[in-house]
Design a protein around this ligand. Structure first.
Ligand SMILES: NC(=O)c1ccc[n+]([C@@H]2O[C@H](COP(=O)([O-])OP(=O)(O)OC[C@H]3O[C@@H](n4cnc5c(N)ncnc54)[C@H](OP(=O)(O)O)[C@@H]3O)[C@@H](O)[C@H]2O)c1
Length: 211
């Protein structure tokens, strides 16, 4: 683990952080990355994309979280509740170009907007499915496949990362002295409260159970 981190911080790295790192493969200076929401994976993606020299645009559900996303380095934040057609807004913010890489954590309820937000020949890194079982309208497979084809968007499925990805990422984290964003730490006895807190969506970053 990076020496400047404590165990609470380091415990957040092997899943969420290395997933974000894998999702950003190939991102460099001049690229635009879109991250969705302010959960663990998305905040790592924001931090890692910024140190790679990319511009980051974020979506979120509240003004309070938007302010914190800007503090972390997002150049622009779009509220996906106020702006359901946020894909068009991302395209407008990028002068019509769209985002080069999209870290897709929403899944079927967000992918149609992600394709609209994606640059021609851009990449959607398919990470999560937080809209599963929710009330967001889900795109049909026909709609998704047609839109991907017309926009020439690639979909890259992400399943965590390898040990060497984790080691490479830790070198980046050490070089830039990055700290994971920890929302709250719960003692082991309150593990169920930690799960409820995560489910409520009130968190910003990682929720840790200490034991
Ligand atoms: N493939 C893999 O290797 C891998 C690894 C880790 C996690 N995952 C998956 O990736 C997803 C994210 O994980 P996580 O740990 O970052 O979750 P999390 O901490 O629970 O974050 C979820 C966040 O998503 C945002 N959100 C909810 N509905 C949204 C919507 N309609 N549009 C945009 N954002 C929305 C919310 O942010 P706001 O409150 O800011 O709106 C919420 O806080 C989960 O599905 C998880 O299972 C996959």
């Amino acid at each position: 683990m990076p020496e400047h981190l404590d165990f609470t911080e380091a415990a957040t790295l092997p899943c969420a952080a290395v997933t974000a790192y894998s999702a950003l493969e190939g991102v460099g200076p001049g690229d635009t990355v879109l991250v969705q929401g302010s959960g663990g994976v998305s905040l790592f993606a924001l931090q890692l994309a910024r140190v790679a020299g990319a511009r980051v645009i974020a979506t979120t559900s509240s003004e309070k979280k938007a302010a914190r996303l800007r503090e972390l380095g997002a150049s622009d934040v779009v509220n996906y509740r106020d702006t359901p057609e946020w894909g068009d807004e991302v395209r407008r913010l990028t002068g019509g170009q769209g985002a080069d890489v999209i870290v897709e954590v929403g899944g079927a309820g967000t992918i149609a907007q992600s394709i609209k937000a994606a640059a021609y020949r851009g990449t959607i890194s398919l990470v999560g499915h937080v809209t599963l079982g929710g009330d967001a309208e889900h795109a049909s497979l026909d709609e998704v496949l047609l839109a991907l084809t017309y926009n020439m968007t690639s979909v890259r499925a992400i399943g965590g990362g390898s040990r060497s990805d984790l080691e490479d990422m830790n070198r980046v984290i050490t070089a830039h002295q990055l700290h994971p964003v920890i929302d709250r730490v719960f003692p082991f006895e309150e593990a169920l409260d930690a799960a409820s807190h995560l489910r409520s969506g009130a968190h910003f970053g990682k929720v840790v159970i200490s034991h």
